[in-house]
Design a binder for this molecule. Structure first.
Ligand code: BES
Ligand code: ZN
Length: 625
């Protein structure tokens, strides 16, 4: 099962949804010609003519009606003459639009496209500099999950959070929703007294008396980095500039698990230059959060499933932190350039992990990533246009691009560049890249020009060895794909083989294994294990009771495949509370493979469904149909 299966499923769902125009699939491998000002197909906005510069948001969060209501005041500037400014919306009710001269604008809300939503066109004249949109969210804003108290850890207060990437910000704020459009913002947010509100901005560390909060984001950001969370949330500092937010019952163990994030920021800075966002905090969300993590500036949103108790899953935080450079500081100009966000971030994440845990440790992550990339290419098809690094998502759902290609093929490409030019050259180059492109957006072609000018020029041998075209403008896994060492996996694999050959579990040499060796071991267990042999493993290693979500998930998967019933009660409990699709989807899929399993899947899902995010519900609904 591939690591980004959730993301993959999102993409599949997107494909089912109708899109505006046809798709172009099979690629020839020839370099395509794209102009530097290539259009972003996933925003209706006309930011190339009239572009927003600052947002003043003023909203109230209504948990009874499950609605956000308020106003978005936008400053804008003319880059070309135009008689209107266009915003993106998705199921928003627009009450009125008032121009800075005090007049009400005769706005037009266009027809809804199932992927892009509706354009909001506001007539303006050259002397207008700002306007205010009064609006409220629709019945099912795709970015929002509203949790009842029962779906939180504390069980007493409701919770709300957003997930705006890639094009969901428009479902809670009318905005020019393209990754290439940056603006600063401030916000006033009113929530029920007793709850805390947090954004991707300067944040409070204590609850306010009356539920009123003010926020400021001084660095320009694109709309996909807009974020809001509201709930019974507490704060615990790690050091001067880092800290952890979580529900009070989770806060102590979250703080313990993440006690190294201050050092992690320093490690990242040593690699690629100063952290430019002021504070770096992490918010641990309730279990329903459908993804692993989201790099909201100043405040990473994270699944609680990384709280393993031994820090073994904190590389997810290294990933989201790394986005503070690759993605948030230097941003993909369109979703076709998504690998510039995610491939760079996986590479950077592994450099942080290597600096912290050493080379043999990070080699395991490279190897798992390589396996994921292989599985991803197999799933898409070795000749698929969607396996180029440079994507072509015109007229399609941008989430189609969320595959292991952007993440793992992207990271492997940078790994190859590093191995070719040497680490010192690579690091000097990347550091300069982040410095020179800070707070800018970039396209693949601009990056390749920069790469040539600042690293490869004058080295035909390097260029030949790397063969950029085979990576960026051609399908599949290039022949020169680098491969990390896999010493530790060889050892874990040998134990897996020994168990398959009949060695009792208690005699396996598992001392000192990290989560990743366990993952490798569990992925490679032989099929058709008897209940007795499963029990032998379970008794030796307490796998059914594992508090490590990655290990538990793989163990439950093997339990379904081998009909190991003693694990079922714990698995059911896991599925009732966990909304992270990466875990849900393979388990439900495995259950659906047998008639008995189908009965069990439906029974579990009937109880678990209300706890899942709307997107997860959609996925599992499909699977169980
Ligand atoms: N930015 C992504 C999450 C994302 C991408 C959400 C596109 C929606 C659309 C985030 O940084 C990410 O990659 N999360 C991974 C974590 C991981 C690779 C360690 C996840 O959630 O699984
Ligand atoms: Zn990422």
């Amino acid at each position: 099962m591939n690591k980004y299966s959730f993301i993959f499923l999102l993409a599949a769902l997107g494909m089912l949804a109708s899109c505006q125009s046809g798709t172009e699939t099979q690629g020839s491998g020839k370099q395509n010609t794209v102009t530097p000002d290539e259009k972003d197909w996933h925003t209706y906005s006309n930011a190339d003519s009239v572009k927003v510069t600052h947002l003043a948001l003023d909203i109230a969060v209504d948990f009874d009606q499950k609605k956000i209501k308020g106003s978005a005041h936008w400053d804008f500037q003319f880059l070309k003459s135009s008689n209107s400014i266009v915003f993106d919306t998705w199921d928003l009710s627009i009450d009125s639009v008032v121009l800075d001269d005090g007049t009400k604008a005769a706005f037009v809300l266009g027809a809804k496209d199932s992927v892009l939503g509706s354009p909001l066109r506001v007539p303006v004249n050259g002397s207008n500099k700002a306007l205010t949109i009064y609006y409220s969210t629709g019945p099912h804003p795709i970015a929002l999950q509203w949790l009842d108290p029962a779906q939180t850890f504390g069980k007493k207060y409701p919770f709300l959070y957003t997930q705006s990437e890639s094009i969901y910000a428009r479902s809670w704020i009318p905005c020019q929703d393209g990754p290439g459009i940056r603006y600063t913002y401030d916000a006033k947010v009113k929530v029920p007294a007793g709850l805390m509100a947090l954004m991707s901005a300067q944040n409070p560390q204590q609850k306010s008396a009356d539920g009123s909060y003010s926020f400021k984001m001084e660095q320009p950001v694109p709309a996909y980095l807009m974020a809001l969370a509201v709930g019974d949330i507490g704060f615990s500092a790690v050091d001067q500039r880092t800290g952890v937010y979580a529900e009070p019952v989770v806060l102590p163990r979250a703080r313990k698990e993440l006690e190294d994030i201050g050092t992690m920021v320093q490690t990242a800075e040593k690699l690629y230059g100063p952290y430019r966002w002021g504070r770096y905090d992490v918010l641990i969300l309730p279990s329903g959060f459908p993804i692993g993590g989201m790099e909201n500036p100043r405040l990473t949103f994270s699944t609680p499933t990384i709280l393993a108790g031994d820090k073994s899953l904190v590389n997810l935080i290294a990933h989201e932190l790394a986005h503070s450079w690759s993605g948030n500081l230097v941003t993909n100009a369109t979703w076709n350039d998504f690998w510039l966000n995610e491939g760079f971030t996986v590479y950077f994440e592994r450099r942080i992990t290597e600096a912290t845990y050493g080379k043999d440790y990070v080699d395991m992550l490279w190897e798992l990533g390589f396996q994921d990339m292989k599985a991803g290419v197999e799933e898409l098809g070795a000749q698929s246009r969607d396996t180029w690094l440079k994507l072509d998502l015109k007229g399609r759902d941008p989430d189609i691009g969320l595959t292991d290609i952007a993440y793992e093929k992207g990271a492997a490409f940078l790994f190859l560049v590093e191995q070719t030019v040497g680490r010192d050259n690579m690091d000097r180059f990347l550091r300069a890249y982040f410095d020179s492109h800070a707070f800018k957006t970039i396209q693949t072609e601009q990056f390749l020009t920069y790469l040539d000018e600042h690293l490869l020029k004058g080295h035909p041998d390097w260029k030949k060895k790397i063969n950029i075209n085979a990576w960026v403008y051609a399908p599949g896994i290039p022949a020169n794909c680098p491969h990390a060492g896999d010493l530790r996996f060889k050892k874990a694999g040998a134990e897996s083989d020994a168990f398959a050959a009949g060695t009792p579990a208690a005699q396996l040499k598992t001392q000192g294994w990290s989560t990743y060796e366990w993952m490798h071991f569990l992925r490679h267990l032989p099929g058709g294990l008897t209940t007795e042999r499963m029990k032998d493993l379970d008794q030796a290693f307490h796998l059914t009771q594992s508090g490590n979500s990655e290990i538990a998930d793989l163990w439950f998967l093997q339990s379904i495949r081998n009909h190991y019933e003693p694990a079922y009660p714990a698995m059911k409990q896991f599925l009732y509370v966990t909304g992270r699709q990466k875990f849900l989807e393979p388990l439900y899929k495995a259950m659906m493979a047998t008639p008995d399993g189908q009965v069990m899947a439906r029974e579990i899902y009937s109880k678990a469904r209300p706890n899942y995010h709307p997107l997860a519900q959609k996925t599992i609904d499909e699977l169980l149909k």
